[in-house]
Design a protein around this ligand. Structure first.
Ligand code: FMN
Length: 211
């Protein structure tokens, strides 16, 4: 089986999407061929689209932006849709792993619906979606063993979706939040924003400035 891993985060490195794909990779059978892409701009090369059309499975991992899909990725999806529509229908199955800053994984429900609808337009088959909450803290937990502490729910969900991908099967979407108190997550996020603001010459009150 040929699988495309598509990181849809515009971040050059250290994105949560990158972390999620890296964690999923060893859960898939070793004999499967993995081709990795990073969609950071709004355009795709013909070479990449040709290569993706040869895959059995597309796995997208991307951040939630304003309850939807980042704009550069929407344009890439549009290009892919046009491209796939010039091809005879293939049985390519699509999985989407969406992470967000909010604690609740359910925040990603609309983005997953958009991806499912896009599959219809692009003549692809929807496999399964995973909505991940608390995305901001995940790359910081790289040292925590899989299946432990705050990563328990995510590790279980990734194992489940790895099973679906391995069989190119369709299943219900999964939504996970961190195994970590919500108030502590919110406190940590607020501290992080204040530190970033300070590093960029802003005072805490500037974070509440209205235009
Ligand atoms: C422009 C922008 C819009 C965002 N919109 C949302 C949102 O609507 N809901 C949410 O929970 N997080 C939102 N976030 C937070 C990101 O989804 C979150 O930081 C995510 O972990 C980033 O993933 P990445 O590192 O893979 O890019 C937004 C971030 C940015 C930069």
């Amino acid at each position: 089986m040929k699988i495309a891993f598509i990181n849809g985060s515009p971040k050059v490195k250290n994105s949560t999407s990158e972390y999620i794909l890296k964690t999923l990779k060893p859960l898939l059978p070793k004999e499967y061929e993995l081709i990795e892409y990073h969609f950071r701009t709004s355009h795709l090369s013909n070479h990449d689209m040709e290569q993706m059309a040869e895959c059995n499975v597309l796995v997208f991992a991307f951040p939630l932006y304003v309850d939807g899909i980042p704009s550069h990725l929407i344009h890439c999806l549009y290009e892919l849709e046009m491209f796939f529509n010039t091809k005879s229908e293939k049985k390519i199955v699509v999985y989407s792993l969406v992470n967000c800053g909010f604690y609740e994984g359910h925040q990603n429900v609309i983005a997953l619906e958009i991806m499912k609808n896009w599959c219809v337009k692009a003549k692809l088959n929807w496999g399964q979606g995973l909505g991940i909450g608390g995305g901001g803290m995940l790359p910081m937990l790289a040292g925590v063993p899989e299946g432990q502490g705050p990563k328990k729910n995510l590790s279980m969900a990734l194992k489940t979706i790895a099973g679906s991908i391995s069989a190119a099967a369709t299943a219900d979407n999964i939504f996970v939040s961190p195994n970590f108190p919500r108030f502590a997550y919110k406190l940590g996020a607020e501290m992080g924003w204040r530190q970033q603001g300070k590093a960029n010459g802003l005072k805490p009150k500037d974070l509440f400035m209205q235009r």
